[in-house]
Design a protein around this ligand. Structure first.
Ligand SMILES: CC(=O)SCCNC(=O)CCNC(=O)[C@H](O)C(C)(C)COP(=O)(O)OP(=O)(O)OC[C@H]1O[C@@H](n2cnc3c(N)ncnc32)[C@H](O)[C@@H]1OP(=O)(O)O
Length: 203
């Protein structure tokens, strides 16, 4: 995410918030300032935030935590210059589109989603918030993915198919039928393997 933000060139990173690291530690030249509570001091220079956390559920918790501390603080959107976003596509606040990703025309990406390198959301697809598409994951046109769903590396969702919320689509799968919310599915064609609860680990 740091790489994407740096290359986008629209924002200056003033530091990182990470409760798991000592204050002052440097990460790619950026100082760890503290945890989210650092934002409570309104004299700081923060003009925006982005939640750089891979796990979709945890990212949601952190976003809600930041919003409680600083309700007015905007979340920024990061699009790598080597990504391609077609006309009419919309990308929500806090979402990240990494290098080599393609967002087709009139596709809609919700908030705080992560499109990892080389992923593709084709035209007119609707992607929820806190979703992730791992590298080389792809949808055809007019597909839908519900909030918090993780599409694993190299998985494909064919055109017009809807995957529900809080699902995990396993690596390399081919989804050819709708998948109900709270389902782990994988294989080609992808089959529901088990159900999962919101927030259950998948990485
Ligand atoms: C930048 C980044 O790194 S982004 C993240 C990149 N990583 C990913 O995208 C990977 C995410 N993880 C997956 O896709 C996993 O396959 C999961 C979460 C869907 C499934 O994991 P688990 O339920 O723990 O499956 P587990 O490893 O126990 O395997 C159970 C069985 O299913 C099979 N299986 C697991 N995943 C798959 C799959 N994607 N396709 C086909 N079969 C699978 C296993 O081979 C195993 O079969 P066996 O019992 O005959 O040996």
């Amino acid at each position: 995410m740091i790489d994407t933000i740096e290359r986008q060139g629209a924002y200056e990173i003033i530091g990182l918030l990470d409760g798991g690291k000592p204050v002052g530690e440097q990460v790619y030249g950026y100082r760890v300032l503290g945890d989210e509570t650092w934002l409570a001091d309104r004299n700081n220079q923060a003009g925006g935030a982005i939640a750089a956390i891979g796990d979709n559920w945890t990212r949601g918790l952190v976003v809600r935590g930041i919003s409680r501390i600083r309700p007015e603080l905007p979340f920024v959107t990061a699009v790598h210059p080597a990504a391609s976003v077609a006309r009419g596509a919309r990308i929500g606040a806090g979402s990240v589109v990494m290098a080599g990703s393609v967002v087709g025309s009139d596709a809609e990406i919700g908030e705080h989603a992560i499109l990892y390198a080389g992923s593709c959301i084709e035209h007119d697809s609707r992607i929820g918030s806190f979703v992730s598409l791992a590298p080389k994951a792809a949808t055809g046109g007019n597909a839908a993915i519900g909030d918090y769903t993780a599409v694993a590396i190299g998985a494909s969702i064919i055109h017009g198919v809807a995957v529900g919320e809080h699902c995990v689509i396993g690596a390399g799968s081919t989804v050819v039928r709708n998948i109900a919310s709270h389902t782990v599915a994988y294989g080609t064609p992808a089959r529901a393997v088990r159900s999962r609860t919101s927030g259950e680990r998948y990485l």
